[in-house]
Design a protein around this ligand. Structure first.
Ligand code: DGY
Length: 334
């Protein structure tokens, strides 16, 4: 068969960031793939150009898909995010363009909940700070008073803000530690779900006052911007910890840095940051914050599962079928 004719007959897609080579090779069997294995983050102008002439695109949180990005994308049928969060999507603009938008829920729930719990433990028990202490040659002797004294998790109260799949996963892990679970969420859970997590629904203010450990797992929206700022931190116990595995922008990072410096709260664990990969320099100066580079879902197995689900979403949409995790159902025409 003539390769050129074969290539021409394949639908064109864009893979906007690097993916696993095996996944890319599979895609190349069915599509003419414009890929970005250099993993360069496109500027808005580059993205607009790259989207021209393709019928589908695999994106990550670094590609903002809005009316501007879509202005030359006349053939586009689907934008498939390799991420459960999709605050990089302007969903009304994507819907107005008649394009299907998809994300990758479920496959990362347990991995992300595991990480949330790990970050909470590292924060409360000062694990990274202790390691830095050893590496700096500061460990001279075991001491009952001078060891880095942490805060207990077991039998304490965990307050989860955002009780979706991942929040519920964290609550279930907390039960194994005998923790008392309180939560707040846009919508109260069903009685059965509350029972499964042994979780009590409270207001955000109550949660902040009562919790020994606050974990943020809510999606980023305009309304959720700075859900935790100076006013909210002031309500927390001085012994409390704060963990953000949600999104940068949910926490006012500068206000948090000031609170950590002033010991308004005990410690924080952050996997996401305002303006990441930039990190507020005030946070970098502090020892009572554990920093991670947005890795909550990043295990080998789960990252592959996310790519596979995004590809499945893209394939189904381009085959005229309903993708498994379609965000804007109104665009789908059976
Ligand atoms: C997600 O899936 O939302 C992760 O945070 C990666 O973006």
């Amino acid at each position: 068969m003539n390769t050129q004719a074969n290539t021409q007959s394949k639908p064109k897609i864009l893979v906007a960031r690097a993916i696993f080579p095996e996944a890319l090779a599979k895609l190349e069997e069915s599509f003419e793939v414009r890929s970005n294995q250099a993993d360069h983050i496109f500027t808005p102008v580059e993205l607009q150009k790259e989207l021209a002439g393709v019928v589908g695109v695999l994106t990550t949180g670094s590609e903002k898909i809005d009316a501007n990005a879509l202005s030359q994308a006349k053939d586009l049928k689907v934008v498939a995010n390799i991420s459960v969060g999709y605050n990089n999507f302007d969903v009304p603009a994507i819907t107005a363009a008649g394009v299907m938008a998809t994300n990758t829920p479920d496959v990362l729930t347990d991995t992300t909940a595991d990480f949330g719990f790990a970050l909470l433990m590292a924060t409360a028990r000062r694990i990274t700070e202790s390691e830095h202490w050893i590496r700096a040659g500061k460990w001279e002797k075991w001491s009952i008073v001078n060891n880095p004294l942490g805060m207990d998790l077991h039998h304490s109260t965990i307050g989860i803000i955002g009780m979706g799949r991942i929040g519920q996963g964290i609550a279930k892990r907390a039960l194994g530690f005998g923790m008392n679970v309180i939560y707040c969420n846009r919508r109260r859970l069903s009685e059965a779900d509350e029972k499964a997590c042994a979780a009590k629904y409270v207001s955000k203010e109550e949660l902040l006052r009562m919790a020994d450990h606050v974990v943020l797992v809510l999606p980023y929206t305009t309304e959720n911007h700075h859900t935790i700022a100076a006013k909210e931190i002031a309500l927390m116990k001085p012994t409390a910890t704060l963990v953000n595995i949600a999104r940068g922008g949910i926490v006012d990072d500068l206000a948090l840095a000031q609170a950590l410096k002033n010991k308004t709260i005990f410690a924080a664990g952050l996997d996401v940051f305002e303006g990441e990969p930039g990190v507020n320099p005030e946070l970098l100066k502090l020892s009572n914050v554990v920093l991670a580079p947005h890795i909550a879902s990043s295990t080998d197995k789960t990252s592959r599962a996310m790519v596979d689900l995004a590809i499945e979403n893209l394939r189904q949409a381009l085959a005229g079928k309903k993708p498994p995790s379609l965000i804007n159902a109104e665009v789908f025409k059976a």
